[in-house]
Design a protein around this ligand. Structure first.
Ligand code: 5GP
Length: 129
């Protein structure tokens, strides 16, 4: 069965998309730690990040770096944090999270956003790519 991220990549489930290329896809996390929390995902469905082949692994880092720069230009924050977890969705992904405090990396603290806010934020980040 396809992962939820494969379904998002294939357009079977909606998302607030930021960018895609031949191998990677970026979209806003639906339950963000902070505004701008974004997921960068390889289109190839591999569960664990460190099981990606070197080309995809390094490509994902390069892709994430570009997305992080656009998020930083868009969202007022001290820096963009990056973390890898994968306990919820078994499809390798990078979390990019705008940070002001260490608390922003805690996955217990969430911000509520309306559909309109998600849409506007995704458009603003895209415009800064
Ligand atoms: P992890 O697998 O790294 O523990 O967490 C998965 C992340 O994916 C969570 O932050 C969660 O909010 C996000 N997520 C899970 N399902 C969806 C979804 O359907 N759409 C979006 N945009 N994000 C999701």
């Amino acid at each position: 069965m396809s992962s939820i991220f494969t379904k998002i990549i294939n357009g079977e489930i909606p998302c607030y998309k930021i960018a895609e290329d031949d191998n990677f896809f970026a979209f806003l996390d639906i339950n963000p730690n902070t505004k701008g929390h974004t997921l960068c995902v390889p289109k190839k469905e591999v569960d664990k990040l460190f099981d990606l082949d070197d080309e995809l692994y390094l490509g994902l880092m390069q892709f994430s770096k570009k997305i992080a720069a656009a998020i930083k230009k868009t969202v007022p924050c001290d820096r963009i944090g990056m973390t890898i977890i994968g306990l919820e969705v078994p499809h390798a992904h990078v979390h990019l999270i705008p940070l002001n405090t260490m608390d922003d990396m805690r996955f217990h603290k969430k911000v509520a956003m309306s559909t309109a806010e998600f849409e506007a934020l995704a458009e603003s980040i895209k415009a800064n790519l």
